[in-house]
Design a protein around this ligand. Structure first.
Ligand code: PLP
Length: 458
């Protein structure tokens, strides 16, 4: 498998969809209309869409075939049991609660266990996770290892939790104020970086010391397992599914967005062992999502996810997935563009703070770079920095730990020549970085502002 350098996509193209070309002038107009927020663009005006890897992947022939087996019975559908079987094969938690996507699982869980005076530690909260914790009045605290905050520093498991900081945090707050410890695998907001089995075991020990449950935010569990397979001592000979099951065995529950490593366009779940929490979560599910055997999903969605979970642990798929992400990062690194190293699983993160050092964080260098990549090449990335994380719950603003632009790679969607084009455009923009200016926000909502805020160039 590792003999040849060329990355062979482990699929042939069976059905194609057109991409739309546009000019720099047209894109400059689209930017004005969108208030310089790339979330406000029409997708048809984007050539290469790297905004997110969430729900944007291509489904396989077998997933489309599985959709035909979708049974839309309101209760107890056979599609539900196929979904349940596929989830519990990898994550044998007692209760599985289907939801329409990951944040619905987060909303339900934190409504039950969050609240004022509580604090939730995580390696790094994803934006929706943080927002759902804070929405209950609880505090979301990020305790990733120091290397995880330094984009240029290489470490095999940059998503690891700082175990000593976790222990100190729980002692300082008192375990009675910490309802759960979370681990995000891979660590999306920290660069898509993996967490090692050794670190998960160490976090488990801390949790056991204080009698606290450990939950996984497992959106990219298969990519995390692949990194463990490749980088952690003694793991090469194991199957990906066995590594996933070991990660699950160290936890008491999980939240999941099937739009990532479920290889589906929609879906998610909450899974847990605690009977009392599960009963409360199911009651909320019925209130907001649907009956417990379909949650917010159609039977056909449950089928697509069940099949996706079988495909995502395939070693040929994961080898291609991780190598093709690294291909983009390595090419940019070799061209002198500052990127987060080593590359994570689902995305390449450009270090906008380093590249646009002349733009202060409160003038949003990440947003400025993302806007330039769209204007010059029709490439849509996503700012992960001060726009996304700089606004505090009290309305004040401070620079985020990093200012990054995430180029997220949809699964099984773009070919190597699409990625070669991205490399060319990023290099072109990077050589002219000194000409870019910052932005200011002219309108923003109180939470998750990056989705809808409007900007003006300074
Ligand atoms: C780590 C992580 N957690 C949670 C979510 C939320 O999932 P969803 O978008 O399905 O609501 C995401 C989505 O990008 C994610 O990356």
């Amino acid at each position: 498998m590792h003999r040849w350098k060329t990355i062979v996509e482990p699929f042939r193209i069976h059905s194609v969809e057109p991409v739309r070309f546009s000019s720099v002038n047209e894109r400059s107009e689209h930017l004005v209309e969108a208030g310089y927020n790339l979330f406000n663009l029409r997708a048809d005006d984007v050539l290469i869409d790297l905004l997110t890897d969430s729900g944007t992947g291509a489904m396989s022939r077998d997933q489309w075939a599985a959709i035909q087996h979708g049974d839309e019975s309101y209760a107890g559908s056979p599609s539900w049991f196929r979904f349940l079987g596929a989830v519990q094969h990898l994550f044998p938690f007692r209760h599985v609660i289907p939801t329409h996507q990951g944040r619905a699982a987060e909303k339900i869980l934190f409504t039950v266990i969050g609240g004022p005076g509580k604090a939730v530690p995580n390696n790094t909260h994803f934006d929706t996770t943080r927002a759902n914790v804070e929405h209950t009045g609880a505090e979301a605290v990020d305790l990733v290892i120091a290397e995880g905050r330094r984009p240029g520093v290489r470490h095999p498991f940059k998503g690891n939790m700082d175990v000593d900081a976790l222990d100190a945090f729980i002692r300082e707050r008192g375990p009675e104020h910490v309802p759960v410890v979370f681990m995000t695998i891979t660590n999306n907001s920290g660069g898509g970086q993996p967490v090692s089995l050794a670190n998960l075991r160490a976090v488990r020990e801390v949790c056991d010391r204080y009698g606290l449950p450990l939950f996984l935010d497992a959106c990219r569990f298969a990519e995390n397992a692949w990194f463990i397979h490749e980088r952690e001592d003694g793991q090469r000979g194991r199957s990906i599914a066995a590594i996933v099951r070991e990660m699950a065995s160290l936890a008491d529950g999980m939240t999941m967005s099937a739009k990532k490593d479920g290889l589906a366009n929609i879906g998610g779940w909450l899974a847990l062992n605690d009977d009392r929490w599960a009963a409360e979560c199911r009651n909320l599910l019925i209130l907001t999502e649907g009956f417990p055997t379909y949650g917010g999903l159609a039977g056909r969605d449950l089928e697509a996810i069940a099949q996706g979970l079988r495909e995502v642990v395939d070693e040929h798929y994961l080898h291609y997935r991780i190598r093709s992400t690294a291909y983009l990062a390595d090419a940019l690194d070799q061209a002198g563009v500052p990127v987060m190293l080593p590359p994570g699983g689902h995305a390449v993160y450009l270090d906008a703070r380093a590249l646009l050092a002349h733009i202060p964080p409160l003038q949003y260098p990440g947003q400025a770079l993302a806007v330039a990549l769209y204007r010059e090449g029709g490439i849509r990335g996503c700012e992960i920095g001060t726009v996304m994380f700089g606004r505090r719950p009290d309305g004040t603003e401070a620079p985020a730990a990093m200012d990054l632009v995430r180029l997220a790679i949809p699964r099984r969607t773009y070919t190597q020549s699409h990625i070669d084009y991205v490399i060319e455009v990023v290099r072109w923009v990077a050589t002219r970085a000194g000409e870019l200016g910052g932005l200011r926000i002219v309108d923003e909502p109180p939470a998750l502002r990056h989705f809808t805020a409007r900007f003006e160039p300074l």
